[in-house]
Ligand binder design. Structure first.
Ligand code: ZN
Length: 202
């Protein structure tokens, strides 16, 4: 399986990092070794002093597809969940300033934390409200209605280049409010009132 991620998919988040608003989706990937699941803790790596949390809606791809048309894109996912796209912001800034790929800042082990998934039939896809709390206080809240590129846009766009396979995950971008993680932090992610993701930083 592979993990496909979308950068700058919410206007307010692009602004908070002083990035331009993209006219096409900004895509990057994480390897399967980046997956952190089953409520396991995230061990803070020592190559970074500024690991950020980014809460994102995550699509689980349910069948294989290539060059998927937008009007059929919703047939390719049945479940939606939450993930944290852990990012070594200091390393990313350094790589960006040199014009180099971001890979090491995004694709390191355990950098793709996921929680549980819920069937898409149980949610209003046009407006999915989701939030992340850190030590009991809400730090990020988002609404899929504010995405620059919708789930269906993203599936169409990515599948022109990369075949989607059953079991792949798409991290669909983070809303504003990203910030630094500290050892001892406890993160809980919710869709509506349902807690789907729980991650402690060790
Ligand atoms: Zn992200």
């Amino acid at each position: 399986m592979k993990i496909i991620c979308v950068g700058r998919n919410y206007v307010e988040h692009a602004r908070e990092l002083q990035n331009a608003i993209p006219s096409v989706p900004l895509i990057f990937m994480k390897p399967a070794t980046a997956l952190l699941k089953d409520g396991k803790p995230f061990y803070h790596p020592d190559f970074s002093n500024n690991i950020h949390f980014e809460l994102e809606l995550v699509l689980k791809i349910s069948k294989n597809g290539k060059t998927i048309r937008e009007q059929f894109a919703s047939d390719y996912y049945e479940e939606i969940g939450l993930g944290i796209d852990f990012t070594a912001r200091d390393l990313q800034d350094e790589l960006k300033s040199k014009g180099h790929p971001w890979e090491l800042a995004k694709a390191f082990d355990n950098a793709a934390c996921i929680g549980g998934f819920i069937p898409k039939s149980q949610i209003n896809l046009k407006s999915i409200q989701f939030s992340l709390s850190k030590n009991g206080k809400i730090v990020q809240s988002g609404d899929s209605a504010d995405m620059i590129f919708s789930f269906d846009n993203l599936i169409h766009y990515v599948s022109q280049y990369i075949t989607l396979q059953k079991g792949d995950l798409i991290f669909t971008g983070t809303p504003a409010g990203v910030g630094k993680v500290e050892v001892g932090d406890h993160f809980v992610g919710c869709i509506g009132d349902v807690a789907l993701l729980d991650c402690k930083i060790r």
